[in-house]
Design a protein around this ligand. Structure first.
Ligand SMILES: [Zn+2]
Length: 308
């Protein structure tokens, strides 16, 4: 079995995906010497009246601030907690009443414990809680995590869909089955016409999907299709990673995933090994646009091949 140590190690060091919360306590009290989180700043982009995308390090967040209070989607890494709260306060918000996790990965749930300790009610799909209360191993990143403290756990879980009526919005989270993981939800702000896709969408680069959490390429495609069916050309699309997007970009992403899926499936059904599939360059037409992010084509094929 091939390993792809170098780029993943780089990822771990930069903490750009999954990373920090899995390495117990590392960088918890960040300093300028070794903690990449110390230099992270949280930026906000207003996507609708009272709704912002927040970015820092890790999964993109969304926050709704208004007369009912503050509703946050995802919370990146524990060491960024204070900075995230400061950004929310700067926008006129406060300690979130609700935090919704789009899935269990540490770059989306790392701030949970600090949020929960201060009274934020954490909400997520059943499998988020299941995975946060048990030992997990993400082979692609060689990362282990154990059961999280009580305060970090979702206290309200759902098995299909849940709706919040908050700040004048109907905010609907929908579970999509096994996709990036088995715990993924996307979140629709119906009236504002904004969607947070969680990690079903990496805008502009080949996406990670996590076979150790039942993720698969076919599952991601079907999850993306579910979102596409719910949105229109005006919808603001907040991806799990990458810049703010729209329906056209999500469609192009789906088309890319589908084309690669078909190609790799056909090669695999001819009995081709991973190395042979890599040599056949099934992603060639897409590498220029999508291969410059977290994964090169070769690395990405190594991740998706076993799931096809
Ligand atoms: Zn993820």
């Amino acid at each position: 079995m091939k390993t792809y140590a170098t780029p993943f190690t780089t990822l771990l060091l930069t903490g750009s995906l999954l990373g920090a919360s899995f390495t117990a306590g590392a960088g918890e009290h960040g300093d300028a010497h070794g903690d990449p989180m110390a230099k992270v700043t949280i930026s906000s982009t207003e996507v609708a009246d009272g709704i912002w995308m927040l970015t820092g390090q890790g999964g993109n967040m969304a926050v709704s601030i208004g007369e009912d209070g503050t509703f946050l989607i995802d919370d990146q890494f524990a060491p960024l907690h204070d900075k995230i709260l400061a950004a929310i306060t700067g926008l006129g918000g406060s300690q979130p009443e609700f935090l919704l996790n789009t899935h269990w990965h540490g770059d989306h749930t790392g701030g949970n414990e600090a949020m929960g300790e201060k009274g934020t009610i954490i909400v997520a799909h059943d499998n988020v809680r299941k995975r946060l209360t048990s030992d997990q191993f993400v082979k692609a990143f060689n990362m282990k995590s154990g059961p999280q403290p009580e305060a970090a756990l979702p206290v309200i879980t759902f098995n299909d869909t849940i709706t919040f009526h908050w700040n004048g919005q109907t905010v609907e989270a929908d579970h999509v089955g096994m996709a990036h993981t088995d715990s993924d939800s996307y979140v629709l702000f119906t009236e504002a016409n904004v969607v947070h896709t969680g990690d079903l969408f990496f805008n502009g680069f080949y996406p990670f999907l996590d076979p150790d959490s039942q993720g698969s390429l076919a599952g991601v495609i079907s999850g993306v299709n579910e979102i596409l069916n719910r949105i229109d050309d005006e919808t603001v699309v907040i991806p799990g990673h990458g810049p703010l997007g729209n329906k056209a970009q999500l469609t192009e992403y789906r088309d890319m995933l589908q084309a690669v899926y078909r190609e790799v499936k056909s090669l695999k059904s001819q009995g081709k090994t991973l190395d042979e599939v890599i040599a056949a360059q099934p992603t060639k037409a897409f590498d220029k646009k999508w291969g410059g992010g977290i994964f090169t084509a070769e690395q990405w094929l190594g991740i998706i091949y076993p799931t096809i």
